[in-house]
Design a binder for this molecule. Structure first.
Ligand code: ADP
Ligand code: MG
Length: 290
């Protein structure tokens, strides 16, 4: 068979950052011709593709409504629109917490409100955000600077997330566990991001320092539980999620906690995975096309 897939990028990264090249090759090997398209390019017609896969739409946080309207208009979108709508606002974390998933303690701070600040180090970040943009770390008692950052988020009518800073991120970063078609594929590590490093040339993300890893059992189990909870919340089967990335950090208690579930446009870490990871992804795409 020959099928046509579209990978979706954005104007500043129309073909992603290179990580997905392995997936394009693996798809070609099994009869799926893939090309890239920019989501808000009016000259694009993605409706004729057999599947349209969000991959590098990293400019959506400041234009979420527009992005979601576009997603809703796309036939055969992956992940499914309902998943993308839910997942592009980090308040989904509270849905997962209600479903019993241990998350990094999270409070929503809506525009017009000021929270009681936590005792130790903490993080403020936009509820609709990606690539660490707008995320900031504060020392215990740094309340004035935090209030200023909060105002800058609220001025743009953005709800903020307030979390205690998880100290283990400094020593071991976070672990990203990747699933294709609901099945575990591989994992990789990301170093600490809130180190004052500047944005990448695209202005859309802080570059990540990645490594390889084999996650321990508790991490694996948390990621599986997270996927089940997300699918149940969305009324989907796990297999309906072509790709998912579960970002997990170690809490002070030593147990794992969910920092982020990414089912919108996560980097999938093919560069940090075994060679067959791209084949597993391609096979999951064939599963969508079947
Ligand atoms: N509560 C936290 N404790 C420690 N580090 C954090 C915390 N929240 C965010 N970070 C750091 O900031 C980065 C970006 O935050 P994240 O929640 O992953 O949002 P996004 O990746 O969507 O911008 C993380 O990769 C992590 O390094
Ligand atoms: Mg992240």
């Amino acid at each position: 068979m020959t099928a046509r897939a579209i990978f979706v990028g954005c104007a500043h990264r129309p073909e992603g950052n290179g990580d997905d090249d392995a997936a394009v090759r693996a798809l070609a090997d099994i009869g799926v011709a893939t090309r890239w398209a920019v989501w808000d390019d009016p000259a694009e017609d993605v409706a004729s593709a057999d599947v349209v896969i969000l991959r590098a739409t990293w400019d959506y946080p400041l234009r979420r409504d527009e992005f979601l309207a576009w997603c809703a208009s796309v036939p055969r979108l992956r992940n499914p629109f309902a998943a993308v709508r839910w997942n592009t606002d980090k308040s989904y974390l509270l849905d997962l917490e209600r479903a019993g998933v241990p998350i990094v303690p999270t409070r929503l701070v809506h525009p017009g409100t000021v929270p009681e600040w936590p005792e130790g180090e903490f993080v403020l970040k936009p509820a609709v955000g990606a690539g660490s943009v707008g995320a900031a770390r504060f020392a215990a008692g740094e309340h004035e600077r935090a209030a200023e950052h909060l105002r800058s988020l609220h001025d743009r009518r953005r709800t903020a997330l307030l979390q205690p800073y998880q100290a283990a991120v400094d020593s071991e970063g976070e672990t990203a566990l990747v699933f294709f078609g609901g099945q575990y594929s591989h994992a990789f590590t990301k170093g600490p991001m809130l180190t004052g490093a500047g944005l990448d040339g695209s202005g859309l993300y802080v570059a990540e320092k990645r490594g390889t890893t084999t996650p321990s059992v508790a991490w694996r189990a948390l990621a599986e539980d997270t996927l089940d909870a997300a699918a149940a919340h969305l009324g989907l089967r796990r297999g309906d999620l072509l790709y998912a990335r579960v970002d997990v950090v170690r809490t002070d208690a030593g147990t794992p906690a969910l920092l982020e579930l990414e089912v919108t446009e996560p980097s999938l870490g093919f560069g940090q995975a075994d060679e067959a990871a791209a084949l597993r992804f391609a096979s999951a795409v064939r599963g969508v096309l079947a």
